[in-house]
Design a protein around this ligand. Structure first.
Ligand SMILES: Cc1cc2nc3c(=O)[nH]c(=O)nc-3n(C[C@H](O)[C@H](O)[C@H](O)COP(=O)(O)OP(=O)(O)OC[C@H]3O[C@@H](n4cnc5c(N)ncnc54)[C@H](O)[C@@H]3O)c2cc1C
Length: 287
């Protein structure tokens, strides 16, 4: 049962941050509420104050300028799956968003809420890692950009300070001759394994100039896998098609898979390898 709480309705990021600072651990940001209210209803957490951020203007837009895609933290999954800017610039994110949760959750759940809750079985953070995204965190007196690689600290833990608000996600638009793919696998409500690949090809698609690989859902937090990337970067496409198997083994171990209801550690490590091979082929076919 949901215990009573007080709802604050600030209209600026500064006011949100001040409320967070003033009320400390007894207050929490409330965006779509799909995670927060569920956890409160189940009695897992309780906050005396919820700070509704939906009245803060300008945080629910998607724009693209000078090679950078800017996504407001309050954009819902539905907004992102139907965004014409993303359809043009970052189709892989559109595809990912179309497959997040269910239509009810996508309608109200926000990208910011997904990232800040840092639930391990979440999709967007994995792709954002491979794309080299940055999270914009603001509080009353300051603003900083946190690279995605530093944002996810552990299960349910991010690098955000207690009075910081995630306002925007900055994603470098993929360059020409590049491909981006995200694949996931699972048979429960949330994904069991997710793998993202962002690569750039050279010489008319004959070699791999650069590649970024990220894995998640299998372990506590999404992570980039530079050791797997080294197997592929700078190789010819033919070599890469062989080396991707070794890269898959490395990525499987890096996923820090945990045996649970989703499957055993070994099973998840194997699935990472399978998804990486397919995501690599998918990304390559776009170059
Ligand atoms: C049934 C179900 C299935 C799901 N399946 C998937 C899935 O397949 N893949 C997937 O990726 N996700 C899945 N999800 C998670 C879903 O994406 C999230 O529930 C949603 O995006 C959270 O957004 P929200 O706005 O509702 O967050 P809220 O519940 O409002 O907030 C979540 C947390 O983030 C904090 N927060 C929110 N916004 C900010 C901000 N701007 N700055 C600072 N802190 C903030 C809140 O204080 C709270 O701690 C599923 C959820 C459900 C309920």
């Amino acid at each position: 049962m949901l215990r009573p709480f007080r709802l604050e309705e600030p209209e600026t990021v500064k006011d949100v941050s001040e409320l967070l600072g003033r009320f400390g651990e007894s207050a929490k940001v409330y965006a779509g509420g799909t995670e927060l209210l569920l956890a409160m209803k189940e009695g897992l957490v309780h906050y005396e104050r919820l700070i509704n951020v939906k009245n803060v203007k300008g945080l629910n837009e998607v724009a693209s300028d000078s090679g950078m895609i800017r996504i407001g933290a309050l954009c819902t999954h539905h907004q992102l799956e139907t965004s014409s800017v993303l359809q043009q610039k970052l189709a892989a994110l559109v595809q990912l968003e179309q497959n997040v949760a269910n239509v009810r959750v996508r309608q109200v759940g926000t990208l910011g809420g997904n990232l800040c809750f840092a639930e391990p079985h979440a999709d967007p953070g994995i792709l954002l890692l491979a794309l080299g995204a940055k999270m914009v965190a603001e509080k009353s007196s300051s603003k900083r950009e946190i690279p995605a690689a530093e944002f996810f600290v552990d299960a349910y833990e991010t690098a955000l300070e207690a009075d910081e608000v995630l306002t925007e996600i900055l994603v470098p638009a993929p360059a020409a001759k590049s491909g981006v793919a995200y694949l996931k696998f699972g048979y429960l409500e949330r994904p069991s394994v997710g793998v993202a690949v962002a690569l750039q090809a050279n010489g008319g698609g004959k070699s791999v100039h650069d590649i970024k690989i990220a894995v998640g859902c299998a372990g506590p937090a999404p992570t980039r896998v530079p050791e797997a990337e080294e197997q592929i970067k700078g190789t010819s496409v033919d070599e890469a098609k062989v080396n991707i198997l070794k890269a898959g083994e490395i990525a499987g171990r890096a996923a820090q898979a945990i045996s649970d209801l989703h499957g055993s550690q070994e099973y998840k490590e194997h699935i990472v390898g399978v998804l990486l091979k397919r995501a690599f082929q998918n990304a390559l076919s776009q170059c």
